[in-house]
Design a protein around this ligand. Structure first.
Ligand SMILES: [Fe+2]
Length: 266
């Protein structure tokens, strides 16, 4: 199957990809944390799965997105992992250009990021580069965000697909809002604790064909309710983004490239 995918399916998808080029939309959602009632609203922008290509167009597109975010004036920016694209292109210059773009993003608002599976492929040094950037990288650790007198607990988890996940509990204190950043939404299902979770990784299947369940090619153990969009159960709420970029082939059918503006009320 892998050889058919590599020699037939992927080249065909790449050939027809210009037909399916699409704009990235700004999606807006609202989340109200029932545990507190301070009358506060923190606007956050969430971007996941950028999968930069090692070319001029990919970076120009992202710099346009940075300008768009500048106009939104968010209080905080969250990055959900998988910044790197095809690992054949990994090189120092490519990684440096991504770090430059993220440093520019951090001039708009504090940036909190996790690493996805792509950051660990091909002996990439990108996680170390992120640690030395202006981005706050969280790998199985918690950061306390202070916002207008309120205390927000943000946990960022390592990627489970590449064995970099380790469970950490919320710190033993009271917070006004509980947030979590995970790459693979399977971790939302696994951790299953109170709060709001942001995830990416799935690209919503990237290609959705009517009557065909994309779970066969979505590389996650997560149940259907975790694969895309906003959802909640009696314990927690979550949003899994369909992502900004693409992987394997630069094509989306029946799914949307997005950045997400989340109004967090608490
Ligand atoms: Fe991923």
């Amino acid at each position: 199957m892998a050889i058919i995918k590599k020699t037939i399916i992927v080249p065909i998808l790449k050939l027809i990809s210009p037909i399916f080029n699409q704009d990235t939309v700004l999606k807006e959602i609202e989340y109200k944390f029932e545990g507190s009632n301070l009358g506060l609203e923190m606007s956050s922008v969430f971007i996941s799965d950028i999968h930069f290509d090692d070319n001029y167009e990919s970076f120009i597109k992202f710099y346009e997105t940075i300008n768009q975010i500048k106009n939104i004036k968010p209080d905080v920016i969250f990055l959900g992992g998988d910044y790197l694209g095809d690992f054949k292109h990994y090189n120092k210059n490519y990684e440096d250009r991504i770090i430059s773009a993220f440093n520019k993003l951090s001039k708009i608002a504090p940036v909190y990021a996790i690493a996805g599976n792509h950051e660990y492929y091909n002996n990439s040094s990108f996680v170390d580069a992120l640690k030395n950037s202006n981005v706050n990288l969280l790998i199985n650790e918690c950061s306390i965000i202070k916002f207008r007198g309120a205390k927000i607990c943000l946990r960022g988890f390592g990627d489970n697909i590449t064995n970099n996940y380790q469970y950490i509990p919320y710190p033993n204190d009271q917070y006004d809002l509980y947030l979590n950043l995970v790459h693979d939404p399977y971790l939302i299902q696994l951790i299953n604790e109170k709060g709001f979770y942001l995830a990416g990784h799935t690209h919503d299947g990237q290609i959705r064909i009517p009557y065909v369940n994309p779970s066969a090619w979505i590389p996650s153990e997560a149940k259907n309710e975790y694969i895309n969009g906003f959802n909640q159960d009696s314990v927690k709420s979550w949003y899994t983004s369909s992502g900004y970029g693409t992987s394997t082939a630069p094509i989306r059918i029946g799914t949307q490239s997005e950045i997400v503006l989340i109004r967090l009320k608490f």
